[in-house]
Design a protein around this ligand. Structure first.
Ligand SMILES: Cc1cc2nc3c(=O)[nH]c(=O)nc-3n(C[C@H](O)[C@H](O)[C@H](O)COP(=O)(O)O)c2cc1C
Length: 501
């Protein structure tokens, strides 16, 4: 059992120990692989980092991902020495951070939030810099990220009038499970970056509003914490998003655990054999101060830490995953299998051939392949072909990416989607206003659904079809963009110059 003074000696990049929950770990070799960058770990080298660690990671992360020999034992009890782990709290705040804390005090009241873009704006001001960068970033020049949103603006409606639209019902079934709305909360990693309760906050809001939640593999709360937060009496529906591990035994265990915990469907992510290059996120992890300047030599020796981080978070994901594996999944589970991240008609047809229950047309919210097309455009290509081949009833089709208004949802449903996944808007609502924010975001979408369906002349989502849409311009990728979106969209930054010494 090492003592605190022993731990304190291992305080640098070549020899780095940390304490989490009274347990000591040697993280020296893990430093270059840490998805959040090594700087944050080095801040706690030789110290207790429990508080910071638990803000982001599920409690069992280190025991799960570090080799067993990296656990060095518990801190020696009865040690009179004070640990300096919490010193960080007393650090002097920089101007940017002072301004952020002041803005949190002056946050607009929830009553002043009228649409999902409003949540994004407030979140961009009140979230911690790195958390905002992680949530908001897209890959490369963020062209697909923006296109996801703009594509919806190239579709116009052809409404019908003089119909009795007194009763509006937008409830639906998703994979046979009742949902009050034709949208669901899609899987997004690291919920605690935005809110101390992380994914549990989304679980509670989903229950209140009868919306289905997809639980991510890379959640901040542990899987068990999220399923335990569910309302058991009402059998609240949750799906699970699966990153497939190269070690299939681990994957099988995760799937069995999903079944045991009454998860209703398995969404296998197929668009992320390696994580995309998200530059906003990468840049936010590098803070310019004098101590960084001397590190520049090391950086120039070809050690690209940011790339290493991207690889690290995806390093357990099997790059060898292929269509034949789908047969294995069908053997090991009776859960419905849905492939998340299909991006073209040919793969959608293959998915049907391999007998999955559904697909999500998705480009991962513009975070993976730059110049992947928007899902709504792929959907418009796909449906006529499926109809022609009489395959349109064979599987359920979902789409996600860039959905910010109920009008976007209705366009997707009219084109043939069974439901729509929404990611960032709920993260932003949660980060800025917690449970109340997420509930409000869902209610805003419900209000918009009611109004738009009345004005379109439909009472139920089942009545929608492509006759309600003008698709003439959809494939013509030009958009002047909208004002509201332009205001909240944060442009990518250029490299910062070093401070004066
Ligand atoms: C911060 C963040 C984290 C994400 N993490 C995951 C993930 O762990 N697994 C996954 O399959 N998709 C992940 N996604 C992609 C979402 O499931 C979804 O495809 C995307 O957010 C939809 O776009 P939207 O954010 O514009 O709604 C993530 C997206 C964001 C923004």
């Amino acid at each position: 059992m090492p003592s605190i003074s022993e731990v304190k000696k291992h305080d640098n990049a070549n020899d780095c120990w940390v304490i989490v929950n009274n347990k000591i770990y040697d993280v020296t070799e893990f430093l270059p692989e840490h998805p959040g960058g090594q700087k944050i770990i080095l801040k706690f080298a030789g110290k207790d980092c429990t508080k910071k660690f638990e803000q982001i990671h599920p409690p069992d992360t280190l025991d799960k991902y570090l080799a067993p020999e990296k656990y060095l034992g518990e801190v020696e009890q009865n040690s009179d020495e004070e640990d300096e782990g919490e010193e960080e709290e007393e650090e002097e705040l920089d101007e940017e951070e002072k301004q952020r804390l002041e803005l949190i005090e002056r946050k607009p009241p929830l009553s002043q939030i009228y649409n999902l873009n409003d949540f994004e704006y407030v979140a961009s001001k009140v979230m911690e810099k790195q958390a905002w960068a992680y949530y908001s970033s897209g890959c490369d020049d963020e062209i697909t990220l923006r296109e996801n949103h703009f594509a919806y603006q190239r579709i116009f409606f052809k409404p019908r009038v003089l119909r009795n639209v007194t009763n509006i019902d937008f409830s639906t079934e998703i994979l046979g499970f009742k949902s009050s709305v034709p949208f669901y909360v899609t899987a997004t990693a690291l919920g605690k970056l935005g809110h101390p309760d992380g994914e549990k906050c989304l679980t509670r809001a989903c229950f209140k509003e009868n919306v289905i939640q997809m639980v991510p593999t890379l959640s901040s709360c542990s899987f068990q914490e999220i399923v335990d937060e569910r309302n058991k009496e009402k059998d609240q529906t949750q799906f699970f998003q699966l990153y497939v591990n190269s070690d299939r035994k681990i994957t099988q265990k995760i799937v069995e655990n999903c079944e045991k915990n009454n998860i209703k469907a398995l969404f296998i992510t197929v668009d992320a054999p390696q994580l995309g290059r998200r530059e906003k996120d990468m840049r936010s992890k590098y803070t310019l101060d004098a101590s960084n300047i001397q590190n520049d030599v090391e950086e120039d020796e070809g050690i690209d830490r940011s790339q290493g981080a991207a690889r690290a978070i995806s390093s357990f994901i099997d790059t060898g995953l292929n269509w034949e594996d789908i047969k294995w999944f069908k053997k090991i589970t009776k859960l419905p299998i849905i492939l998340k991240g299909i991006q073209c008609v040919d793969d959608a047809l293959l998915a049907i051939e391999y007998g999955v229950e559904g697909i999500v047309l998705s480009n991962h919210g513009g975070r993976q392949l730059e110049f992947a097309r928007s899902s709504i455009e792929v959907l418009a290509d796909l449906m006529p072909i499926l109809k022609q081949k009489k395959l349109d009833k064979k599987i359920e089709i979902f789409i996600d990416g860039g959905v910010r208004r109920a009008s976007d949802i209705l366009k997707a449903i009219a084109l043939g989607a069974k439901g729509v996944g929404i990611g960032r808007p709920f993260l932003y609502a949660m980060s800025a206003y917690g449970d109340d924010g997420v509930v409000k975001a869902m209610r805003i979408l419900k209000d918009e659904l009611t109004m738009n369906m009345r004005l379109l002349g439909v009472n139920t989502v089942g009545e929608l079809n492509e006759n309600y849409l003008d698709l003439l311009n959809l494939h013509n990728r030009f958009s002047s963009g909208d004002q509201l979106f332009q205001q909240v969209y944060e442009p990518l930054k250029l490299p910062a110059f070093k401070p004066k010494l």
